[in-house]
Design a protein around this ligand. Structure first.
Ligand SMILES: *Cc1c(COP(=O)(O)O)cnc(C)c1O
Length: 358
């Protein structure tokens, strides 16, 4: 069976050797030595000034909204994983969707200003599939209207844009270290923010508001990463450069061998050093998509419909159509992409795709 992704697992002995350090210390959570070491290693690997490891990639979005004091309306994308929208609703705010760019698939910055009202307080956009939003245009709009910018950068681990980590754009960036993501800790995530004062608030928020054992800074929740998660992250780190190289090999293969003219491939924004995190293909119709799904299933190959349905159709919202996003969402498929995908497997996938869509 070939799935859309396959979790990279480091050699068990290496994971255990790191875990042994937690055993020796008799300390498995509450910011032990492994979490702190992982944070330091990630900061230098990614070249970001501040990074806080968290228990998943969803709580960071909620904490970012909380720490920035966001209320009222939040401008966001309909084309992302459900967490992007659910966090806005969970924090008592209203998501206001802005359609996406037809080739980059990120929020269409040219439509943002039309959606701004006096209730708007933030823009929460996703660097979907690791492809950067138009961060310069968004920053300019945000400055002009006094809005905060949060990036759901769950897909953006290792992406550089114009010479710096993509995580360095916006007021806050959040990442996911879920087992399906490029870099993972089983479950896990991070918050990245260059403002040290804001980072302090975020830090308190992620640990119940504790300021020492008996004092409280303010409201908080529990988003702490455990030592068991951090051990996985530390065991992954030495393999990341190889993982990126292998993923690029798969992407290069698809780029070269998916020759059908009936496929639209992802356009990566210029200036991006991409992380080969996903390989979406956009087909001409949902009918073609279903046909392809069937053909692949016969060979035990399971791509995923990232992202379908669009977030504007969530049952807890009043549905509102988004022309571009709705259309793409019904026709997009992410092909299998992971480090150990063999050339033989790639040949099989490409053959089925080309034959079905010829
Ligand atoms: C995976 C993902 C999340 C959620 O991350 P978790 O670690 O699973 O909580 C949020 N946003 C996007 C775009 C994602 O793909």
């Amino acid at each position: 069976m070939i799935n859309v992704t396959k979790t990279f697992l480091p050699p068990k002995e290496e994971y255990e050797a790191i875990l042994n350090r937690a055993w020796d210390a008799g300390w498995i959570t509450n910011r032990g030595l492994l979490v702190k070491e992982l944070e330091e290693k990630l900061k230098s690997y990614l070249e970001v000034p501040n990074l806080l490891a968290t228990t998943n990639g969803t709580l960071p979005i909620q904490i970012a909204l909380k720490a920035l004091g966001i209320s009222g309306e939040v401008i966001t994308t309909p084309f992302s994983y459900v967490a992007t929208t659910s966090c806005i609703v969970w924090e008592g705010c209203t998501p206001v969707f802005v359609d996406i760019h037809p080739e980059f698939l990120t929020i269409d910055e040219s439509r943002i200003e039309d959606a701004i009202t006096e209730k708007t307080s933030a823009i929460l956009a996703t660097h979907v599939f690791g492809n950067p939003c138009n961060v310069e245009a968004i920053e300019e709009i945000a400055v002009r209207h006094g809005l905060k910018v949060i990036y759901d950068a769950a897909h953006a681990f290792g992406v550089n844009y114009k010479g710096t980590s993509l995580f360095n754009y916006g007021d806050v960036s959040t990442c996911s270290f879920h087992a399906t993501k490029v870099f993972h800790t089983g479950e896990g995530g991070a918050i990245i923010c260059s403002d040290p004062d804001l980072m302090k608030t975020i830090f308190y928020h992620h640990n119940f508001g504790h300021d020492g054992q008996e004092r409280y800074f303010g409201l908080g929740i529990n988003a702490k990463m455990s030592e068991l998660q951090a051990a996985m992250g530390l065991a992954m780190m030495p393999y990341m450069n190889d993982i990126f190289a292998e993923r690029k090999r798969v992407v290069d293969y698809y780029n070269a061998y998916l020759t059908s003219e009936n496929i639209q491939k992802l356009r990566i924004r210029e200036g991006t050093d991409w992380n080969s995190s996903y390989y979406p293909i956009i087909l001409e119709s949902e009918e073609n998509l279903n046909q392809l799904l069937l053909g692949l299933k016969e060979q035990d190959i399971y791509p995923r419909r990232y992202f379908y349905p669009g977030l504007n159709s969530m049952p807890y919202l009043t549905e509102e159509s988004m022309k571009v996003s709705d259309s793409i969402s019904s026709r997009i498929l992410c092909l299998p992409l992971y480090d150990s995908l063999s050339t033989e497997e790639l040949e099989t996938i490409a053959k089925i795709v080309n034959q079905t869509l010829c």
